[in-house]
Design a protein around this ligand. Structure first.
Ligand code: TRP
Ligand code: ZN
Length: 872
């Protein structure tokens, strides 16, 4: 093995080192002068020493990157070079009085900003992204969320190129200026941290509506898009109004400004951003109709619009003290988003989706070299910690609190939290303390969820004593070691259980057992017969449950459990068992699946989820849990074998279901119910494609050319490409000819090809990097091609290591443009130790090559060095 020097150690920022800011900023006046070549920013900061700071004569340190400083004054007096120190990271002013007005002028170049952090050009417009630390790329400022200020923002620009000028809050003045220029003045009456600052300028189309809050205030709602796309805002506007009403009704939270704006931009590193009164969205998460977006895309619109809107309270009115507390706003807001989506659609299906997402995206993080608790104790690049752990496991932690204190108690605790901390920054302890104080609860041990990483395992065994009619559950909890945490203390968690009789009738309803010890026994009395336990109902804790069910018990649960999660999970357990064993499904399981397919009462979307096997990712984790290593291609083949056996066995019923739904489904309909039916229809078709490919291929080709519905087109294209059908090439060509001018639609076309489960997919993907539809400069294009490829076992995990080399080459090149995005594609390497010996060696060699690149960003360097660290 080649030798490379160990990567240079980078500084870790630690939670334990937190100190309050030396200075506070009460008022910020910003003046933006937008020109073709650059933007000049004049800022006027009204500052004072922080009485809470122990550093009584600390200098004023203002973060700043990537700008040119033109001048600084303090209380109107121009500073000379000896009065301050300027580095590539900060402007330090040595002697500053208790109170002062600091005025700074600087310039930056949005057109050259490929990192999409700070002020940047997003296609035809200029926009900002300041979370986490982008504001320092706009002006010199104490860029930390515990500094909260009132903002007044003036924007000047040429009217023809930038007719729309937006910032946070309320528009208070606008007018003409000489030379075809104009200006707008915005004022945000609420104090906010600088990461919630936003500005947008450009030629934009707009759709407007209004909402009357429960106290009778009228709010103007506006959605802005690039020219020509305003007809794709319908779902988002409807979702926004639903979210505003729902937050009033469910949590008593009312909107607080006169105006709420959403801007859809085509260059964005994440899904969306909750800037106060001016949310900025990745256009893929907000724009689309049935003929331009898939049902999966459309389902996201309501979810993400709700999520960002809910941040107005959980994140903006009460924000985070520091970036270790991201889960304080994100875990809580994901929880609120899931409750909203459930209430608007189907609560039980939304719960299944959330559980499946956690297992697919978060459990692997816990198994990797950057496993971290929902509140990390340290980081090198904070953007690397906007993870499924912080977001989705964070939401599960909030949900456990709700289970422990009850729905009403949770609402009381949340009210107290908002009342205590409104207008301030807070910590996770503050949140939990509000829950304790409102409920007289003790959540001391529960706080371990914020500090310990890893997926806990609950090993459960049971004993029934017919004489005493007692049923005992022995519960043992453990949690595997994670980097820096070799041993764990027991967690406090709710274990929701029910007991079924042999026919599947519920004998007990839901019982919530509070697990707190490494080992404990719970005795349930007056149990009339030996029960089948329904354990971890509702997925009441984010753990892996081990209980030695036999098939007959799982079949009863699958058919009869009153808990939707466990009905679904019984099927998942059986699928996993037979897939990993490489065996065909037994007749009794097939009969149960057939009953699900034909059930008259079950929602189509829930049927589709029940009939879908655990993904390759989850099956891989199941192997690790057994102490085996993963050969991802073999896992895929085993999964496919089960898919084929199901398809062959149920072909007639799959055809009937397919035809019934196809006959009655409107191609224009994209409501939740229609989306569920379409998903079941296309699942049937995908199964049938395994059993009877020659019969299905013409139907798939007809879907690509013969419908206007994008979901059906993509489903058809996927089957043709995956089956390597002779119909695939003409279908791809025709699709590209139709949609060449729509980059967001071409992303799906790239993704279908990158997902092809066949050897040789790498050559195709390499070829596509030269296609006009692809660009390394746009994160959505990279996600569509490279992100999808990195999840394809035949591509990424090709036995010769070519997939690893391709992805890390992309990381290296992308890192020079956009470090936040680049680091994302290094993350799959964090799990190299889980694979077979040959793959381990190739992944490690590829990582070492990247580690030897001296110019890596902090973001990529952190992932690479932690992947290679010896400490596991
Ligand atoms: N706060 C955003 C959310 O709603 C996440 C986000 C958007 C973000 N853009 C970002 C995080 C850039 C870090 C960097 O979840
Ligand atoms: Zn968020």
């Amino acid at each position: 093995m080649q030798k490379t020097p160990p990567p240079a150690a980078q500084a870790e920022t630690r939670l334990a080192d937190y100190t309050p800011p030396a200075f506070l900023v009460d008022d910020v006046a910003l003046d933006f002068d937008i020109n073709d070549a650059h933007t000049r920013v004049a800022s006027r900061l009204t500052i004072r020493r922080n009485p809470e700071s122990a550093a009584k004569d600390a200098p004023l340190v203002l973060d700043g990157q990537g700008q040119e400083l033109l001048g600084v004054t303090v209380d109107g007096k121009k500073l000379s070079p000896g009065d301050y120190t300027l580095t590539g990271q900060a402007l330090t002013i040595h002697a500053v009085p208790e109170h002062a007005v600091v005025a700074i002028e600087s310039t930056n170049d949005p057109a050259a900003n490929t990192a999409l952090s700070g002020l940047y050009a997003a296609g035809p417009m200029l926009c900002t992204q300041c979370e986490s630390e982008g504001f320092r790329r706009i002006t010199y400022f104490p860029d930390r969320p515990d500094v909260q200020s009132r903002y007044r923002v003036t924007i000047h620009a040429a009217r023809d190129r930038y007719p729309v000028l937006l910032a946070n809050g309320n528009l208070i003045a606008a007018g003409e200026e000489d030379g075809g220029r104009h200006y707008a003045v915005w004022e945000d009456p609420f104090r906010k941290p600088c990461y919630l600052f936003a500005l947008v300028a450009g030629r934009l189309d707009k759709v407007a509506d209004r909402f009357v809050t429960r106290s009778g205030r009228e709010v103007l709602l506006e959605i802005y898009t690039e020219p020509g796309r305003s007809s794709e805002t319908g779902f988002a506007m409807a979702a926004l109004k639903k979210a505003m009403r729902w937050d009033e009704e469910r949590f008593g939270r009312e909107y607080d400004l006169d105006r709420f704006m959403i801007v859809a931009v085509s260059f964005f590193n994440f899904g969306a951003m909750e800037n106060k009164g001016l949310n900025i969205f990745n256009d893929a998460r907000v724009l689309g109709r049935a003929d331009t977006a898939t049902d999966a895309d459309i389902a996201f619109f309501e979810r993400v619009v709700g999520h960002e809107y809910f941040h107005n309270w959980s994140g903006n009115r009460v924000t985070c003290r520091d970036w270790f507390q991201i889960t304080l706003k994100e875990g809580l807001t994901v929880f609120r988003e899931q409750e909203f989506v459930g209430d608007m659609n189907s609560p039980s299906q939304e719960r299944l989706r959330a559980v499946a997402t956690l297992r697919r995206a978060q459990f692997p993080e816990d198994a990797g070299a950057m496993a971290h608790p929902i509140r990390p104790a340290s980081y090198q690049a904070v953007e690397n910690f906007y993870t499924a752990t912080v977001y989705n496991k964070g939401s599960e932690v909030i949900r456990m609190i709700q289970t422990l204190v009850g729905r009403d108690g949770f609402r009381k605790g949340l009210d107290l939290y908002f009342e205590r901390h409104d207008g301030h920054s807070a910590t996770c302890e503050d949140f939990v303390r509000a829950m304790e104080d409102a409920n007289g609860a003790d959540l001391g041990q529960f706080m371990r969820w914020y500090a310990q990483a890893g997926t806990p395992v609950l090993h459960v065994t049971s004993r029934y004593d017919a004489a005493s009619r007692e049923y005992a559950l022995d519960v043992r909890q453990s949690c595997p070691p994670t980097p820096g945490q070799p041993t764990k203390e027991p967690f406090h968690m709710p274990l929701c259980v029910g007991l079924l009789d042999a026919q599947g009738n519920d004998m007990t309803g839901d019982l919530v057992l509070e697990v707190t010890q490494a080992r404990e026994t719970f005795v349930i009395r007056e149990v009339a017969q030996k029960p089948i336990p329904s354990l971890l109902r509702g997925f009441s804790a984010p753990v892996r449950l081990e209980y030695a069910y036999d098939d007959s018990e799982l079949l009863v649960l699958l058919a009869r459990d009153s808990d939707g999660c466990n009905r679904w999970d019984a099927g998942q357990k059986l699928f996993t068992k037979y897939a990993l064993a490489g065996e065909d499904l037994p007749a009794a399981f097939l009969a149960a699946l057939r009953a699900v397919l034909l059930d008259k009462d079950m929602e189509a979307g829930a049927k589709a989820m029940t009939l879908t096997l655990p993904g390759e990712e989850e099956l891989g984790l199941a192997l690790i849990a057994r102490g085996e290593q993963i050969d991802p291609v073999a896992v895929y083949e085993k999964r496919r074998k089960v898919v084929t056996s199901l398809a062959v066995a149920l072909a007639d019923d799959l055809w009937t279901t397919y035809r019934d739904i196809a006959a009655g489904l409107d191609e224009e309909a994209s409501d939740g119910e229609s989306r569920g039916r379409r998903s079941l229809k296309n699942l049937c078709l995908a199964y049938l494609h395994r059993a009877e490919p020659e019969k299905v291929a013409p139907l798939a080709a007809a879907a690509v050319s013969g419908t206007r519905n994008m979901t059906d087109k993509i489903a058809g294209l996927t089957l043709l490409v995956d089956g390597d059908s002779p119909l695939a090439a003409p279908a791809l060509e025709a699709f590209a000819a139709t949609f060449a001018a729509s980059p967001a639609i071409m992303d799906k076309w790239l993704g279908v090809q990158a997902a092809q489960r066949r050897p040789g997919v790498l050559e195709k993907v390499e070829g596509l990097t030269g296609h006009p539809a692809f660009s390394l400069g746009n994160p959505n294009r990279v996600a569509a091609l490279v992100g999808v490829f990195a999840a394809n076992p035949y591509g990424f995990h090709a036995p010769d290591g070519s997939g690893y080399r391709f992805v890390l080459d992309v990381v290296e090149r992308l890192d020079r443009l956009n470090p936040q995005a680049a680091a994302r594609y290094a993350k799959p390497f964090l799990r190299w130790r889980d694979f077979d010996a040959g793959r381990q060696q190739r992944m490690r060699e590829t990582l070492q090559r990247l580690a030897a690149v001296e110019t890596l960003s902090v973001n990529v360097r952190e992932v690479v060095s932690k992947a290679l660290a010896a400490d596991q």
